[in-house]
Design a protein around this ligand. Structure first.
Ligand code: ADP
Length: 400
């Protein structure tokens, strides 16, 4: 069974074609600058083939997806002989509101629900929907599946998802914590169970997803009990350019003091805050970690604030879970930054965590590993995320 996974952003399309019989990646790549001048398409045959970059005009998502289909089926790097070989398309959809607690086959009703959630995710849901509609136009009969970032967190109880503001906002406008990165938290939790050699149903896990966006999740018996991102992906941990948790009164104060409009404030909190805002150097942790701790005081401060917030949430989630078997690190920073992992786990032995500093320094390069000492009561694992694989697996499940 061959499944194409699409992640359509406002100006990009990430894609991977899976052969789910052998669970292998046949081809993958990225369309960049959709709707802009200078668009390109990256194409890699297989999981680690040589990347080829093609320049072409990609005016919209439909043209981008047509180009992907063309690369998959024609030329020397083709991996399927025709689109007839394609069995289904799985889409990453950011917001499913409180309607979806699992992945679903897309029909008119599901499309309407994705559309209704645009109000919650105005930057993400419209391009996600465009991707679905573009495939529908090119291949009208193919089955499509939506895999929501929010679905995994639908098991949270009201005490975790209700905000302490007038209840009317929840009742009338569904304003509540939704949480994101659900596909990644779910995947690494199930891998952690394999690595620990125990059923997921017997484990209490804290999963830490640190990419450009960052979130942390308390998982009990495979179910999300609480997560740091909220109604939007701005809440919680400090991120590359996003502020995360903040005293809400500050927003009013800064807007008044600097006479900022709503969109200027939105821009400040989403694009100019986080480690970029503190360091004024970069949103990319690699730039701050270069020469650490000698780079600059502000680079160190940004790393310390970033790490302190993670530590605080780990403590909070140990309380929420009433224990913890393992903390799992994943995504760009989580998988690759021994510095952040060591700052966070410094002095956590009272909570049962003892990091093995040598193992922490290992460059895991896509491998999974335990970075604690044998006597550490709580394990700390590094597990590379694979959201595309989960989307492909869910697509296969929904087709059954
Ligand atoms: P996305 O959230 O877009 O999926 P990733 O999970 O790939 O992104 O994470 C991207 C981030 O990972 C970059 O902004 C960078 O800060 C961080 N990163 C990648 N490699 C390293 C590394 N070797 N050390 C520290 N941080 C890294």
């Amino acid at each position: 069974m061959k499944v194409l996974v699409l992640n359509c952003g406002s100006s990009s399309i990430k894609y991977q074609l899976f052969d789910m019989t052998s669970t292998t990646v046949l081809a993958k790549g990225l369309v960049q600058r959709v709707g802009m001048a200078g668009s390109t398409i990256d194409y890699r045959k297989g999981d680690d083939g040589k990347k080829k970059v093609y320049e072409c005009d990609v005016l919209d998502h439909k043209i981008g997806i047509s180009k992907i289909f063309e690369l998959l089926t024609t030329g020397e790097d083709a991996v399927i002989s025709s689109l007839k070989e394609l069995d289904a398309v799985g889409h990453r959809v950011v917001h499913g509101g409180d309607k979806f607690s699992s992945s679903v086959l897309i029909d008119a009703e599901v499309k309407k629900a994705i559309h209704d959630c645009i109000v919650f995710a105005p930057l993400h849901n419209p391009p996600n929907l465009k991707g679905v509609e573009a495939v529908e136009e090119i291949l009208p009969t193919i089955k499509q599946v939506a895999v929501f970032d929010t679905a995994f967190h639908q098991t949270m109880k009201p005490e975790a998802y209700i905000y302490a503001i007038p209840y009317m906002f929840y009742e009338k406008h569904r304003i509540r914590r939704y949480g994101f990165h659900g596909t990644s938290h779910r995947y690494v939790a199930s891998r952690a169970a394999k690595l620990l050699g125990k059923p997921l149903e017997e484990l209490k896990l804290i999963t830490v997803h640190l990419g450009n966006g960052c979130s942390i999740c308390a998982i009990d018996k495979g179910k999300s009990l609480d997560t740091s991102m909220g109604h939007t992906p701005l809440e919680g941990l400090a991120m590359g350019t996003r502020c995360g948790d903040l005293d809400p009164a500050l927003i009013l104060h800064i807007m008044k003091q600097y006479e900022l409009t709503i969109s200027e404030m939105d821009n400040l909190l989403n694009k100019h805050s986080g480690v970029l805002g503190i360091s004024q150097i970069s949103s990319d942790l690699r730039d701050l970690e270069e020469d650490w701790p000698k780079k600059s005081e502000r680079a160190n401060l940004a790393l310390d604030v970033y790490s302190h917030r993670i530590k605080k949430y780990i403590g909070a989630y140990m309380a929420v879970l009433n224990g913890c078997d393992a903390v799992v690190w994943t995504a760009g920073v989580g998988e690759n930054s021994p510095i952040v992992r060591s700052i966070v786990h410094r002095e956590m032995s009272w909570l049962g965590i003892k990091l093995d500093l040598e193992k922490n320094e290992v460059t895991w390069r896509g491998a999974e590993g335990d970075i604690t000492t044998p006597d550490s009561k709580v394990k700390v694992l590094v597990i590379p995320t694979n959201e595309e694989l989960v989307i492909a697996q869910d697509t296969v499940e929904c087709m059954k």
